[in-house]
Design a protein around this ligand. Structure first.
Ligand code: M6R
Length: 607
């Protein structure tokens, strides 16, 4: 995830910027860069670790007291030196670092090119530097305001200008920025962990705000240049807490990030009025996907569970025959695939050895290979024919949470894309996309009920076994819930299609063997209800996840958890979240290390 550090004050900027960048390393990045003002602007960028940047630096040249720095997590354009920030325009007058996505950058870039501007990078950010040069007369703030008025999308940005060497400007819209107020110095960062060593006095910038900062003063204004009074707050977090935004664990932070991560995964990709999807990464192969007759999804663990939801969506709404396979099995079978098959590799890390091998195997058989990957520039992202990034930032906790919901959301986008190439109506496309866009608020409602789940966990944390059951779209949710519990708390859990339990597993049920049912009010609700009755008839405790307002289940089960109503195919996105929280609390109550469960690695790069 991109990170910003900027400095203006009495000290040399370089060591403070480098230290800030190192503090942001935990967020993940692929390249970095710095620009320092010191009789002209000196800038340096490099791909890879901050150490590589440091090694390239001639600190004598970078002796100025004002500067900006950035760690980049590629979104537009590969992780290369040219695409790394800071970016400048043709005259090298303005230098910009930027987090977020400028959605209308293509239109702006075309207009600037027509006016004679030359672009160096593939990034959306570079348009900001060119616009600033275009608007600049004699006042950096005026140029920035005129620029911001044209931008659509999200930004947290910091700007320096060669012609006004005693000013630093920052602006925020949808991408966090915090101003650290020190003694005769100001440090700005996208994350408090980058400035906490220098000051604990901070001002949180809100959307639509611009800060104009010099060595001793700052002024905060909005885009209409109206001055805004802000209060200075004191940060009480330790450095470790700051990295987790105040959450006790990365996993809890990542669970809570899901409203935002879903927005980031679908932003700019849905055209609701036309019931259509626009996936930049697939544009070059749209003529091929039209003729695809079969889809095979390859993935491991949680990513496979997301793939299972994708299989149901693609079959039901895009009318495409779809299979989903354990990547580790795929390569040793004789899968029937050919040029009319698209193989979709789903992987958060993009480096999972089994998924990579399956994807390579599919390629040798002539299949079209597509990726749904979070890590930009990872091996799977590079080796697939085309693909889509999740854009959810790094997932640090070993247990995958926000990646799962994002993968399901992107598979829903694939479903509309392929469906609209086939028989899906505009009305249906609109409906799915409308519901997808409504999910972030519904997720907020679910995560707010964390305490309720904690109370449920307190009743069950001593269980030795738990059965998770669901049908159709929520059978994958059941096995995902079971996997989360196993990997975090080491309690044995099993996920089953509800209808299967009477073929064997029901023999285990007694008063000490709890079951979790994912039973929203959907096309298989009544069927689930009968299975719940069967468990209750054998004195088995039942925890149910169902749709808000359902009174019937409340009378039948021991614990109930409500999720808002949504389209059946999207229910796994909402229903998985209480199961993530349940596993989290069960693990904590059993004194387990939730962020780093034993025997597991975040990225499984061995077979
Ligand atoms: O990076 P990937 O998405 O390819 O990883 C796949 C699995 O290793 C991963 O989902 C694993 O199952 C998680 N620990 C589950 O929480």
């Amino acid at each position: 995830m991109c990170g910003i550090v900027a400095y203006i004050g009495k000290n040399k900027a370089l060591p403070i910027l480098l230290d800030g960048l190192k503090r942001l390393e935990y967020r993940g990045y692929d390249s970095a860069g710095i620009a320092v003002l010191n009789s002209g602007v000196h800038s340096i960028k490099s791909v890879g670790k901050i150490k590589a940047l440091e090694e390239k630096l001639d600190s004598k040249k970078f002796s100025g007291k004002i500067g900006i720095a950035h760690t980049r997590w590629a979104t537009h354009g590969e992780p290369t030196e040219i695409n790394a920030h800071p970016h400048s325009g043709d005259q090298g007058k303005f230098w910009v670092v930027h987090n977020g996505i400028i959605e209308n950058y293509r239109t702006l870039k075309d207009k600037l090119i027509q006016k004679g501007h030359n672009f160096k990078s593939q990034t959306d950010t570079e348009v900001i530097a060119h616009l600033l040069e275009d608007f600049y007369k004699d006042n950096i703030t005026d140029a920035l305001i005129s620029t911001l008025k044209l931008l659509k999308g999200t930004y947290g940005l910091a700007v320096i200008c060669k012609d006004e060497p005693d000013k630093l400007l920052v602006a925020r819209n949808g991408s966090p920025l915090v101003i650290g107020v020190g003694q005769d110095e100001t440090i700005i960062a996208s994350d408090v962990s980058a400035l906490i060593r220098h000051t604990r006095q901070v001002i949180y910038l809100d959307d639509g705000e611009i800060a104009e900062i010099d060595q001793n003063n700052f002024r905060i204004i909005n885009i209409q240049e109206k001055e805004i009074k802000k209060t200075v707050e004191e940060i009480e977090w330790s450095l470790e807490q700051a990295e987790k935004s105040g959450y006790p664990h990365f996993m809890l932070k990542e669970i809570n990030e899901q409203p935002e991560s879903i927005i980031n995964s679908i932003r700019g990709r849905t055209i609701i009025k036309d019931g259509k999807v626009k996936l930049g990464g697939l544009e070059t192969i749209m003529n091929i996907t039209r003729f695809i007759e079969k889809i095979s999804i390859v993935a491991c663990g949680t990513a496979k569970h997301a793939g299972m939801v994708g299989q149901l969506m693609l079959e039901e709404y895009a009318n495409l025959e779809t299979s989903v396979e354990f990547a580790s099995e795929f390569r040793y079978r004789k899968p029937i695939i050919d040029q009319k098959t698209a193989v979709i590799a789903v992987s958060q890390s993009g480096e999972t050895a089994d998924t990579l091998a399956a994807m390579r195997e599919a390629k040798t058989k002539g299949a079209l290979t597509l990726g749904i990957v979070n890590a930009v520039g990872s091996t799977i992202a590079r080796e697939t024919d085309a693909g889509v990034y999740n854009h959810i930032g790094p997932e640090i906790a070993v247990a995958s949470t926000k990646a799962f919901t994002s993968q399901v959301a992107i598979l829903a986008l694939f479903t509309v894309l392929f469906g609209r190439q086939r028989q899906m109506s505009m009305v249906m496309g609109r409906r799915i996309l409308g519901e997808l866009n409504a999910l972030p608020d519904k997720i907020k409602f679910v995560v707010k009920q964390n305490n309720k789940i904690k109370k449920i966990a307190k009743k069950y944390y001593k269980s030795n076994n738990i059965l998770y059951m669901g049908r159709k779209y929520n059978y994958p949710t059941a096995i995902e819930g079971a996997l989360k519990l196993k990997e975090l708390s080491y309690i044995h859990a099993e996920g089953l299609p509800s209808g299967e339990m009477k073929h064997g597993s029901i023999a285990m049920i007694d008063k000490d063997f709890p079951s979790v049912f994912i039973a929203p009010e959907d096309s298989v609700y009544e069927k689930n209800l009968s299975n719940i009755e069967e468990i209750k008839a054998r004195s088995g405790p039942v925890i149910a996840v169902t749709t808000e307002g359902n009174k019937e289940l409340k009378k039948l089960v021991d614990e109930i958890f409500y999720i808002p109503k949504t389209l059946e195919m999207l229910t796994p996105i909402l229903a998985t979240i209480p199961l993530q929280l349940f596993a989290y609390h069960m693990a904590l109550l059993n004194n387990k290390d939730v962020d780093k469960p034993r025997n597991l690695a975040k990225s499984v790069t061995v077979e």
